[in-house]
Structure formats: C-alpha cells, structure tokens
Design a protein around this ligand. Structure first.
Ligand code: FAD
Ligand code: SIN
Length: 524
C-alpha cells in the first residue's frame, strides 16, 4: 500500500503533522493499539507558552536552559519557545477548551518556571488535546488512520526488490494486530512520532505502549540517537499498591502543594534547593528519593490540604475524584507519592526541520533529541515540542515535495521460516527482568559498577531475544521486548559514556559537572 506520507503515531506530534500535511497530501497514520494509546492522552499539567504581559520569551528560554543544565541547543530552544503562542492559538481554533480567567487563558505554574505560563484544561489537558486533534483528523478526507498496527522496522534500501543499499527510507513493515499479518506500507516520506521509552523502567507514569519503538527502529535503520541517558523521573507519582502509574501533576506544587517527610513532619525541599517545591524536576525527584532512602520510607507526602477545598476540587477535579475512589481526600489529607520514570529527553537526532540522518525519514515529539530539553526537560515543554516539530516536519516535506521520489517495488515480509511461539513465558520474563534491572541499576542515582552490571545483563539477553525474534512469528509483545532491550542498551551505553553528573544523569563516581556541556551521540 503506497501513500504520500506515512506517520507512525497518533499522539500530539503525529496528528499535528498529519493535519498540516493533509492540506496538500494524502497521509496514512499508523498506531499501535488504540489511537488514544500514547502519552498525549495522559498529559495533566498543560502546555507552556509566554502569554502573560509580564512574561517574555527570554524568561521562558532561560528557564528551559537552566532546567536543562545547559545541555540544550539554544537555537532549538528559541525556535520552539517563539512558536508557542501560535501553537496555542491553533489548539484554540481546533476547539481545545482551555481554562480561562475573564478574557485571558488561565495560567498555572510548574517547577522550574519563573512565571505562570502553563495553559491547561483543568488537570486533564492531554485528553482534551488528543480529542480535538482526533476530531479534526477524522473529519479530514486526506487523512487515513489505522489503529492496531504495530510497526516493526523501517523499510530501507536493503528491502527494495532490486537492492540499492541506500539509506533512503520508504515506509514501514507493520504487524496488523487484528489479522496477525505483517504488511509493507510505503511512502515518499515517513515521520516517526512514536513517543518515549518510559516502560523500560519498572515504575513509570507512561502508558503500556511507551517502549521506544521509533527510537529502536531508527537506530536499526542507521540513524544517530542522542542523550539517551537523560531519562526523566517525575517526583510525584501516586504511591498505591494497586494503581501503579498514576501521576499527581506538578501543578499541585505550582498551586501551593508542599512535600513533607511523613516520619518527621518536616517540609524538606528548602534543605535541597532555594526554589523549594518548584525547583526543576531532577532536583525534586532526587530529594524525594534521598528522603525515602535515608529514612527507609515507602513514600513521601504531597500536601495541598491547606488550600480551600473548593480551590483544590476546581483545579484538580480528576485527581480529586481518582484519589477519593482510593480512599484519599486530598482536600483534608496528604497524598503518598514516589518518584517514577516520566519522560525520555533523548532520542533520534533531528534538526530544526525534523529531518533525521536518513533521507526520507523525519521524526517529531518525545521520540526525538531536538536539542530542546538538554539534560532535563522543563515541565510542560513536551507537548509544545510535539506541536512545533509536527508542523516543522510537515512544512519541510511540503516545501521539498517535488524532490521526493516514489518508492520502488519492495520485498514483502517473509514469514515462511517462522513458527508460532511455544514459550510466551520467555517474553514476559524478559520484559520484567529488563524493567527491574533498569530501575535498580540505571535509576535516579547511578554508579559505574551498577551501569556495568546492567550492560552485562543486556548483552546476555540480546542473544536470547534475537533468537526468539528470528524463529517465532512476531507479536506486539515480542516487537516491544526487542525495542525495550535496544533502548535499555542505548541508555546504558550513553550513561557509561558521560563522565560527569549533569541534570538527570547523576552518578556517584563523577559527582561534578564538567565546564563544557556536550551531547552524548551514539552512531550505529
Ligand atoms: P505519544 O503521545 O506517546 O504517541 C505515540 C504514538 O505512537 C501512539 O499513537 C502510539 O500508539 C504510537 N506508536 C508507538 N510505537 C508504535 C509502533 N511500533 N507502531 C505503531 N505506532 C506506534 N507533557 C507536557 O508538555 N505537559 C503535561 O502536562 C504532560 N503531562 C504528562 C503526564 C503523563 C502521565 C505523561 C506520561 C506524560 C506527560 N507529558 C506532559 C509528556 C507528554 O504527554 C508526552 O511527551 C507527549 O504527549 C508525547 O507525544 P508524542 O506525540 O511524541 O507521543
Ligand atoms: C505534570 O503535569 O506534572 C506533567 C507535566 C509535564 O510532564 O510536563
């Protein structure tokens, strides 16, 4: 099946690109599972943009660079932040019902921001954004959306019927999760918008499908990846034995929430940073981790019960209801929280047009390393990056359209030598093992010895997983396992290569930050 452009991913980045391209071209959007299965639908806090008269682009740029510990590329930071007000206007046009205050959008505050600048739809911004984008895409005759397509690998020169060996990308092989068949989808241009790799960790706020598929696919096809050691941990994920990945938005701290040690009753953040609860995420997550480890706690407390109950219910209606269902009334009680993996700052290296190293392949959103986040993403800059780079990639494809060749005949997927798996338990066991050792050895505080242990485990698992992949019919679980392992490897190799502590990468063996900030770029 040939299309003008294929977009892999139906979150904020993928659908933004699709809507921009569909003004002129026919677009196919492929998604694993349901169309709402990515992180976008789960976003809570909001989207950062300079909209207040007392705020400036310079402030937002500085906050982003400070949070990112100077590893950000200034050119990218300026590019994104200056386009933020336009991105918000576009979302308003699409019908996203942002909260307002009189004539202006209501702006909340989050860690690392020197001003109120987060537009939001109560505490469920992502769901409103996802709904609006899907509604617009559904109504557009130039966009075809196919859910339940687990993409396996990019189609490149080596898959052409007459092998050209070029690095040109022509589309993707995808497992149709409904029929169990693998199909080749070809196009003149392909955009990866596959989200992050959070599920490589045992505890993560990211949804089940965040297995780094796009990063692994791009790497296998020959694209560079950057700063994969910069995995972000959110300080406040709900601690609950049943509900494992429910985020308590940073906006709770933005609206006055305090972090308290439940054993001593001490409000401890000022011991760690002058910005207290509103310090950047890496600092607050490390402080929570340190309190928990030092005192042998299961969790710390996040307390907003000093605010009027009506204020809390109005700002956080979904979190309030969710917690009430679990027996916690946040208007009168503190919330037990722990740090959990939240965001993948590194990824496929792209430029300001969303181009990757491979001709015909673009990428946008959380699967990329655009230079925006540096060593630690500033809160609510992520959805923003999706909108800006979704549009940038689309604009570049439209501008260069006449130079894109039509795809040549491609070899079909060969499933003649594989059989049905007889030991699904191996897949499950390996999933669990990777996630556990990544949490224990490659977490918030690292050491070279622990990283080397993780590297050793990864090298032992590679043979087993590749052997399994080579002999058995692919399933979504197997595709994801292969990608999780690939991403774990990229994270550990990047972490071992960085001989300093900067932003999210904190190692006891190299506690100091080097004078010059340098990206960790891995070349296939
Ligand atoms: P996603 O929205 O994750 O979409 C990925 C898409 O790719 C999905 O459609 C998925 O099905 C598809 N896909 C993946 N692999 C494959 C494959 N192999 N084949 C086919 N399709 C595939 N950021 C903010 O800026 N503000 C916030 O308030 C905020 N809150 C957050 C709260 C939570 C709980 C989480 C987890 C994240 C939050 N973030 C927030 C981060 C932000 O939501 C994400 O970074 C952003 O939504 C990523 O969008 P995306 O389009 O890059 O990918
Ligand atoms: C949150 O609401 O705390 C998440 C915001 C973000 O990830 O940027």
């Amino acid at each position: 099946m040939t299309h003008d452009v294929i977009i892999i991913g139906s979150g904020a980045a993928g659908l933004t690109a699709a809507l921009a391209l569909a003004e002129k071209l026919k677009v196919l959007v492929l998604a694993k599972g349901e169309l709402t299965g990515g992180s976008t639908a789960w976003a809570q806090g909001g989207i950062a943009a300079v909209l207040d008269a007392g705020d400036t682009f310079e402030n937002h740029i500085r906050d982003t660079m400070v949070a990112g510990a100077g590893l950000n590329r200034l050119e990218t930071v300026e590019f994104v932040i200056e386009r933020a007000p336009h991105a918000i206007d576009r979302l308003v046009e699409l019908g996203v019902p942002f909260n307002s205050e009189g004539e202006h959008l209501h702006l909340t505050r989050e860690g690392g921001h020197s001003h109120r600048r987060i537009v939001h739809v109560a505490d469920a911004t992502g769901w409103a954004v996802q709904e609006a984008l899907l509604k617009a895409a559904n109504a557009n005759p130039n966009i075809t959306m196919l859910p339940h397509q687990a993409c396996i690998d990019l189609i490149t020169g080596k898959h052409e019927e007459r092998y050209s060996g070029s690095g040109r990308v022509w589309g993707v092989y995808a497992l149709n999760e409904k029929t169990g068949k693998v199909e080749a989808h070809t196009a003149r241009a392909t955009i990866l918008a596959t989200g992050g790799a959070g599920r490589v960790y045992q505890f993560s706020t990211a949804p089940r499908g965040a297995t780094g598929d796009g990063i692994a696919m791009a790497w296998r096809a020959g694209a560079r990846v950057g700063n994969m050691e910069m995995m972000q941990f959110h300080p406040t994920c709900l601690y609950n034995l049943e509900v494992k990945n429910f985020l308590i938005t940073e906006a709770v701290r933005g609206e006055g929430g305090r972090l308290i040690n439940p054993r001593t009753g001490h409000r401890y953040m000022l011991d760690y940073d002058g910005r207290a609860e509103l310090a950047p995420r890496d600092i607050v997550a490390r402080a929570n981790d340190a309190e928990i480890k030092r005192d042998g706690l299961d969790f710390v407390h996040l307390d907003i019960s000093h605010q009027p109950p009506e204020f809390v219910r109005e700002h956080f209606p979904n979190i309030y209801e969710k917690l009430l269902g679990l027996g916690i009334d946040m208007t009168t009680q503190p919330i037990p929280v722990v740090p959990a993996q939240h965001y993948t700052c590194g990824g496929i290296v792209i430029d300001l047009t969303g181009r990757t190293d491979l001709p015909g392949l673009y990428a946008a959103g959380e699967c990329t390393e655009s230079g925006l986040h540096g060593a630690n993403r500033l809160a609510s800059n992520s959805l923003l990056e999706c909108f800006v780079f979704g549009e940038a990639a689309a604009a570049d494809i439209l501008a260069r359209w006449d130079s894109f060749d039509a795809p040549p005949p491609i070899r079909q997927w060969d499933a003649s030598r594989v059989t049905d798996s007889d030991e699904e338990v191996i897949i499950k066991q390996n999933w669990t093992e990777i996630r556990r050792f990544m949490w224990n050895y490659v977490g918030i505080v690292r050491t070279t010895k622990r990283l080397e242990r993780a590297a050793h485990r990864i090298s032992m698992m590679y043979g087993e997983v590749e052997d399994y992949y080579g002999h058995f019919r692919v399933s979504t679980d197997l595709i994801e396992l292969r990608n999780l392992l690939q991403c774990a490897d990229l994270i550990v190799r990047s972490a071992l290569a960085r001989h300093e502590s900067r932003g999210l990468h904190f190692t006891l063996d190299y506690p100091k930050m080097l004078a010059v900030a340098k990206d960790t770029v891995l070349v296939p």
